[in-house]
Design a protein around this ligand. Sequence first.
Ligand code: 1OR
Length: 304
Amino acid sequence: VSGPTRTKDDDEETKTREKVPKSDEQMQMIDKALMRNCLSSFLDAEQRQEVAEYMHMVEAAEDEVIIRQGEFGDTFYILESGECEIFVAKKSEETTAEDSESELDPDAEEMPEPAAGQPADFGTMVYRPVPGDSFGELALMYAAPRAATIVAKTPCRLWAIEGHMYQAMVQDTVKERRSKYEGFLGQVPVLSNLTPSERSTISDALVSVEYGEGDVIIREGEVGDAFYFIERGTVEVSRTMDGEAQVLAQLEENNFFGEAALISQQPRNATVTAVTAVKCVSLDRSSFYRLLGPIQNIITRKCF
Ligand code: 1OR
């Protein structure tokens, strides 16, 4: 049932919903691509891995339309190999594309191919993605029609994931994050006056950060603006005394540090270094302020 009006977006194989085994190399390539796209750049390493596990390979033939501007589509793609081109049509041209779409009915004859040497007019070519580039995130993020047309110039291999698969995965993570972090925010003395709903708001603003063994997370003397909660790993807190670094404490999972930065812009009074690989969530003063207003009011607010 494939005709020239169909796109890769329309294919059933594009909507597969199972995990697909992949080589380490493929996982790494997808991971890097996810880190670079605004749709997925906020995901942490584990979440990216989960999304990567569900991405599956689709192939586009030379000249095949992968995404068509103006149409519905909710697949997100990463180009693995091959060459394709992105075209953007002006509004008037886009209407033409929509018109031809509305003529599409199941009994209709296949649309004629454009005459030889007469390429279909998709508008202005704006970008040639290279392997590792991704596209299709806009329709997914904003529930909008496709903003551009993407055509395979050579046979292409693409990693694909359907929008609501992706969203379901991320939505669960949002819920999990809330219940996980609301609890710990309650343990932090400077935040103990937050209401449960404020804690829930704040938990959405937490950013996952990862450090390797030996990385300095905060440095004594520097002005800090973020506070950290350890989800996994061990850190060492040290302070320079008589010109020598003295270890003051080791902190582990469920401990936090750097909270003074949420209330004051004083320099850090100790250095915190990752002893093992460390996974933290962090909250910075400006997000805290943006979400909850002047911090001082909250911290000094009386509980009732
Ligand atoms: P989508 O879901 O709207 C088409 O499907 C995709 O093309 C879109 O997500 C982006 O991933 C990708 N304008 C709109 N979409 C673009 C553009 C683009 N580039 C890539 N895409 N412009 C080119 C920017 C270099 C703006 C042109 C005015």
